[in-house]
Design a protein around this ligand. Structure first.
Ligand code: NAD
Length: 545
């Protein structure tokens, strides 16, 4: 490890509060940071606002240059960043590289290449003949100071996937990382600073829920929250009280539908990877599998066989597939759901227990069958290494069950028939569906990520995620400024009759009537054309509502 762990042995100041990360494989402390004192948050905002106003004045190529340098810094320090991620989360190194480092590098590339195109002002053509004398454009302007509240499970990719678009769009960022992964959060700001971010532009505020609450009370211009439904609800309420817009990326209960014509070998490999990657602690984890009767037995036995071969252990060993869960509390939730399921008839085919010989937070990857929707396991987010498999009579039943959830993040459909895959995907009430793969769309920088229902609202990543970081302003220009508007004051002189005839010309349901209105005496439309000052009535444009 090239970087020393921050201030683990430092003796605490009497009034200071600390957040301390722990290696979940061993329970040993990793790093300690002083939590931000809530009383200092107004000063943090002043610095952010000051930095933002000059940042927004810079050209887009200059802003993108910072992203390019961030990418270069990250590329050079990727081993160190991967190691910090691994120590704070316990995830295998391969997963830190695939899902966190590669994704973050690619996000920078994507934004450097596309921000200009996505943020350039956009013509808004007017179709209405009554308003043809105007020209409209959309402008994508910075919001100001955005607050990012992020979780521990992808402690680098999630903040970077939001910090970089925020900066490209001209905002300043306040990042509050999870109190379980403060070092990884601190590295995001450190990389931005090394890349040349002006002081105050990207600030990390360490701490827990009380810091989130204080940040929202200080009224950032938008809040991007990623985390659990329970916390998301509190954040949404606090934002609503302050009338602050929010994006909420919350939990999931992703369904995988395996049809009888699917490639069962590939589908079973995807099910166990999708269920166990990051030890099942991914919002996009495969938590529910609905498999058609005809192939269920084979699919289940392949899942069990493949799970037997997985290596569980500490990431100090580079040969492991699955690391520990993050904390004991999370294991207790998984155990409670499994107990509820088995007491109602579910069968654990493999796993289902802790592995204390490996360390404090290890839980064996688990395949469970004979489940149904009366069980908590099929309704609540599990967020652990558990794949629950339910056999179904056919695709319709699978779709009905997949949609029988308060969550709506993502899903997958497995079939050799592409058309059928698309048709089933269109019936699922979620933010995204993969046909013949699971979860990997998250790494496609062009693909938007976000859900519906209890999985939240708004989008991150892609063009849509970049636009979430902007205030969309519409500017309209009048091309005939010397003419008073027909709808301005001066309602005498047959204006109402002329307006009615014009309405008839535009909207009469049959073409004959529209032509008739157009062809009849053109002089009757004259009251609509009023040169400024030509009317006998005052031509004021105010008070129209
Ligand atoms: P969490 O809700 O406990 O914490 C998320 C963030 O909120 C952290 O920064 C935390 O410090 C802060 N927080 C905690 N309690 C708070 C409170 N009372 N008030 C204000 N802020 C508070 O979530 P977590 O355990 O860090 O992450 C796991 C959850 O996140 C899972 O539900 C998972 O599905 C979800 N998640 C969703 C996505 C997505 O993109 N939809 C991605 C990753 C994780």
């Amino acid at each position: 490890m090239s970087a020393p762990a921050p201030s683990l042995r430092k003796s605490p100041m009497p009034s200071a509060v600390f957040v301390e990360s722990v290696d979940p494989s061993t329970g040993e402390g990793v790093a300690r940071f002083e939590a931000v004192q809530v009383s200092t948050i107004p000063g943090v905002f002043s610095r952010a606002r000051e930095a933002q106003s000059s940042w927004a004045a810079r050209s887009l190529p200059e802003r993108c240059e910072l992203l390019r340098r961030f990418q270069a810094e990250l590329f050079d320090r990727r081993e160190e960043v991967a190691e910090v991620i691994c120590r704070e989360t316990g995830k295998p190194r391969a997963e830190a590289i695939f899902a966190e480092i590669m994704f973050s590098l690619d996000t920078a590339s994507f934004l450097v290449r596309n921000s200009r195109r996505f943020l350039k002002p956009q013509r808004v053509p007017h179709h209405n003949w009554a308003l043809k004398s105007k020209r409209g454009r959309l402008y994508y302007e910075p919001l100001g100071v955005v607050a990012l509240i992020t979780p521990w499970n992808y402690p680098f990719a999630i903040p970077v996937g939001q910090v970089l678009p925020a900066l490209a769009a001209g905002n300043a960022v306040l990042l509050k990382p999870s109190e379980l992964t403060p070092w990884t959060g601190a590295l995001v700001a450190e990389l931005a600073e090394r890349a040349g971010a002006p002081s105050g532009l990207v600030q990390v505020l360490q701490g827990g829920g009380e810091v989130t609450a204080a940040i929202i009370d200080a009224r950032p211009d938008k809040v991007f929250f990623t985390g659990s439904v329970e916390t998301g609800r509190k954040v949404a309420e606090a934002c609503a009280r302050n009338l602050i817009p929010s994006v909420l990326e919350l939990g999931g209960k992703d369904a995988m539908i395996v049809l009888a014509d699917a490639n069962i070998d590939k589908a079973s490999s995807a099910a166990i990877w999708g269920g166990f990657t990051n030890c099942g602690q991914a919002c996009l984890s495969v938590e529910r599998v609905y498999v058609e009767e005809a192939v269920a037995e084979r699919f289940i036995s392949l899942c069990v066989e493949k799970t037997k071969n997985l290596r569980v252990g500490s990431n100090a060993d580079s040969e492991i597939d699955i690391g520990p869960m993050i904390r004991n509390k999370e294991i207790e939730r998984v155990e409670a759901q499994l107990l509820d399921a088995t007491s109602h008839g579910a069968k654990i085919l493999i796993g289902g227990c802790r592995m204390p010989e490996k360390g404090p937070n290890f839980f064996a990857p688990t395949i469970i069958t004979s489940v149904d929707h009366t069980m908590r396991l099929m309704r609540e987010e599990t967020f652990g290494p558990v794949v629950a498999i339910q056999t179904v009579a056919g695709a319709d039943e699978a779709v009905r069950l997949a949609n029988d959830s308060e969550f709506g993040l993502s899903a997958s459909v497995w079939t050799r028939n592409a058309k059928r895959g698309r048709e089933i995907a269109s019936r699922l009430r979620v933010g995204s569906v993969m046909v013949n793969d699971v979860a990997s769309y998250y790494s496609i920088t062009e693909a938007p990520h976000g859900g519906c229902g209890a999985s939240g609202w708004g989008r991150v990543h892609s063009r849509l995620g970049l636009l979430e970081m902007t205030n969309v302003k519409y500017i309209d220009e009048e091309l005939l400024p010397h003419f008073a508007k027909p709808w301005w004051y001066g309602y005498r002189d047959g204006v109402a009759q002329a307006a009615d005839r014009f309405t008839e010309m535009l909207f009469a349901p049959d073409r004959k009537r529209r032509w008739k209105a157009l062809a009849s005496d053109p002089r009757s439309l004259r009251p609509l054309i009023k040169k400024s000052g030509a009317s006998k009535s005052p031509q004021t444009g105010t008070g129209s509502k």
